[in-house]
Design a protein around this ligand. Structure first.
Ligand code: AMP
Length: 510
């Protein structure tokens, strides 16, 4: 029993006694030991403290991926401060909003952005703006070099906030999800055990470190496991293929898997050392799952979660990994499907998924009303995802509530149409969405990316769907485009597509 519920202490308790053991391997092969990680963390904690960071203060960071980012995260935990990672794609205007909203004590930026970041920091009363590069450069590292590593760990309660992650928020302003030491700790422990992690595992890490998947799923599990991580700066199919033979686990978004499948060197031999492929953050098409199995003999394990809840469900390590489904709830987590008024629906019925458990966040930063409106009085969080739960407890995500298309009064779930079209040989990728329509309210429409070397005739595709889909689900228009708009987590930006084609059926020429 530790005296404090600080997550840093939990990790520390699980580090190997021999701190010279490897925690992480850089892309160039440099090995980083636990001693290195603890020293760097302690130095960062000392630097942050020298700028006045105390328990509960926010430390915002918009930095490129590197092993130092893990030390920065741990330094925040060590101080009882709140780690606030920001997507590297955010623009200056967006950063200004986050600094104003979260009021961090310190903002850590990329070295090239120091002037603009300092100006933004001044406007928002940030006490210090530091920089951190991905090659050991930046003022945070300069100051760390002469700092005395902090060894004390600030005591934290399990319900104290450890991190704030802003949700991507396609409507309205981004909201800061407050995650506690226990939200992160309990979920990491649960996943570590559910996915059978053992000393000796090596995780190949190609996800960003500013998102729940790359940081709170992947890194937290490996901190719980006492290593080992191969850290790549980003997903690059060649790089991943080169390092799969030295790894035992890969965690990815579905686009990792589709890109690997379209790589000529990706085969069974390359994956022979891997014991587990995990997918999440966006739906993995059953078609991709099946194609991956055919090529490699591996069944990708799909799980489901979100920034606000960490991971909720997972297909089993041992047992049926069902293509197109995200598995039963993880131990200690409850899920139900409800209608808009919160009435619980029966097995197999489509409604909004609600979840409850130690993984569910504390609330949105400084938005008590928004928080209250997204929780039921009995503590269930309304995820906004449409889903079914089968008799056997397997959850299937049908799509985001806001992506549901209502055409002529009928509900159309984009995923159902996407699964049909994705089967066609000439189609590489597909996204279905609703557009305003004068007669139907909304019309089903879509975009496809043609498979390599194929030409796709959209009229033929539309005609073919008629065999499989009720008339109201058949797309009225499909466009062929070069690439689907995706965010850094591989999520298709349907709001962008809706905007781009908004006038298709309503303009006088339509
Ligand atoms: P984020 O907060 O960025 O992690 O996004 C969470 C959202 O991603 C969820 O609410 C789902 O809509 C979606 N998502 C995550 N995992 C899956 C999955 N396995 N299948 C379908 N959607 C998923």
């Amino acid at each position: 029993m530790t005296m404090s519920d600080n997550l840093f202490q939990t990790f520390l308790d699980r580090f190997p006694a021999d701190k010279s053991r490897t925690f992480l391997i850089e892309r160039d092969g440099t090995e980083r030991s636990f001693a290195w990680l603890l020293d760097r963390t302690g130095r960062y904690a000392a630097v942050l403290a020298s700028h006045g960071v105390v328990k509960g203060d926010r430390v915002a960071a918009q930095v490129d991926k590197s092993s130092d980012v893990i030390a920065l995260y741990l330094a925040c935990l060590q101080l009882g401060a709140i780690h606030l990672p920001l997507n590297t794609a955010y623009t200056g205007d967006e950063i200004a909003y986050f600094l104003g909203d979260a009021a961090p004590r310190v903002f850590v930026c990329r070295p090239a952005h120091i002037d603009a970041a300092t100006a933004l920091g001044d406007q928002n009363n940030v006490a210090a703006v530091l920089s951190l590069g991905s090659n050991g450069d930046g003022s945070l590292n300069d100051q760390a070099a002469s700092a005395t590593p902090m060894t004390d760990i600030v005591s934290a309660d399990k319900d104290d906030v450890a991190a704030i992650l802003y949700t991507s928020g396609t409507t309205g302003r981004s909201k800061g999800a407050m995650l506690t030491h226990n939200n992160l700790g309990s979920n990491a422990r649960t996943l570590h055990s559910a996915w059978g992690f053992k000393p000796g595992d090596t995780l190949l890490h190609a996800l960003p470190l500013f998102h729940t998947h790359g940081l709170f799923v992947a890194i937290n599990i490996m901190l719980m496991n006492g290593g080992k991580v191969i850290l790549l700066p980003k997903f690059d199919a060649d790089d991943v293929i080169e390092r799969l033979p030295q790894s035992t686990v890969l965690m990815g978004v579905p686009t990792f898997y589709t890109r690997l499948l379209s790589h000529p060197q990706f085969n069974k031999d390359v994956t022979a050392n891997i014991r587990l492929f995990v997918s999440g953050s966006a739906p993995l098409l059953a078609e991709t799952h099946d194609a991956f199995f055919e090529r490699t003999g591996h069944k990708i394990l799909e799980r489901y979660g979100m920034t606000e809840t960490c991971m909720n469900t997972s297909n089993p390590l041992d047992g049926e990994r069902r293509p197109g489904a995200v598995g039963p709830t993880l131990p200690g987590i409850e899920a139900r499907v409800c209608d808009k008024d919160g009435n619980v629906l029966g097995a197999g019925e489509i409604g909004v998924l609600e979840v409850r458990g130690p993984n569910v966040f504390k609330g949105y930063w400084q938005m008590p009303e928004k928080t209250a409106s997204e929780f039921r009085t009995d503590g269930f969080f309304i995820t906004g995802d449409l889903a079914t739960i089968g008799e056997d407890g397997y959850v299937t995500i049908v799509g985001r509530d806001k992506d549901l298309i209502i055409s002529g009064g009928f509900n159309v779930y984009p995923k159902e149409v996407e699964e049909v079209i994705a089967e066609y040989d000439e189609v590489e990728e597909v996204a279905i969405f609703g557009l305003p329509h004068p007669d139907f309210g909304e019309a089903v429409a879509g975009v496809i990316v043609a498979a390599k070397g194929e030409t796709a005739d959209t009229d033929t595709i539309i005609k073919r769907t008629q065999d499989k889909l009720a008339k109201f689900k058949v797309p009225k228009r499909i466009w062929v485009i070069k690439e689907l708009p995706r965010n850094t987590m591989g999520k298709i930006q349907k709001a962008e597509l809706r905007k781009q084609y908004a006038d298709t059926f309503t303009s006088p020429a339509a």
